[in-house]
Design a protein around this ligand. Structure first.
Ligand SMILES: [Cu+2]
Length: 191
């Protein structure tokens, strides 16, 4: 190895060390756990081990922070009939929401125009439990299709309500109009 290459190598490892130290500060003790796993595989090249450790850390950090929320779809709820319970929720990007029908008459689906740009629409079958991961910031308006006109709707706020105006501009059906008016007022009250 020429002196110059050795120096480059030393620089590389100094950089790696700095990166690992800042990563360690950011994620704390998880570094030790991940490194213990990757270092036990001696046949792994060092660079690959570092990359693997960084990827595992990111996955760990994401999984540790994401929460699962449960929403029931009920014929008779605490606050009346044909309801999502709860029908208003604030959550963080990356959180999951599990929609659980109390009986086989309800479904959940996104309402057109009531999800953030870049977010994916979702639609469960009647009686089906579905779990969705909401990553885009904004409000998500959902309905039970058979009971939409009876006001069976819900609003989920992920991070900042960036698409609030667009969602509020969507024309609603029957009792869903009054329910959404109340749900939107909770967004402005709590933000
Ligand atoms: Cu329903």
């Amino acid at each position: 190895m020429t002196p110059q290459r050795r120096q480059t190598g030393q620089l590389y490892f100094a950089q790696q060390l700095r990166q690992r130290k800042s990563l360690a500060r950011a994620v704390g003790s998880k570094v030790a756990a991940v490194e213990a796993v990757t270092h036990s595989r001696k046949d792994f090249p060092l660079k690959l081990r570092l990359i693997t450790a960084a990827a595992a850390l990111l996955a760990l950090a994401g999984a540790a922070n994401a929460e699962e929320h449960i929403v029931q779809l009920l014929t008779k709820g605490d606050k009346g009939s044909m309801v999502f319970q709860p029908n208003f929720m604030k959550a963080a990007p990356g959180d999951t929401v599990k929609f659980v029908p109390g009986d086989k008459t309800h479904n959940v689906e996104t309402i057109q125009g009531m999800i953030p740009d870049g977010a994916q629409e979702f639609k469960g079958k009647v009686g089906e439990t579905i779990t969705v991961t909401l990553t885009q910031e904004g409000v998500y308006g959902v309905k039970c299709n058979p009971h939409y006109g009876l006001g069976m709707v819900a609003l989920i706020v992920i991070g900042k309500p960036v698409n609030l105006d667009a969602a509020q501009a969507v024309k609603q059906v029957g009792k869903a109009r009054t329910v959404f008016t109340e749900l939107f007022s909770q967004v402005t009250k709590t933000n």
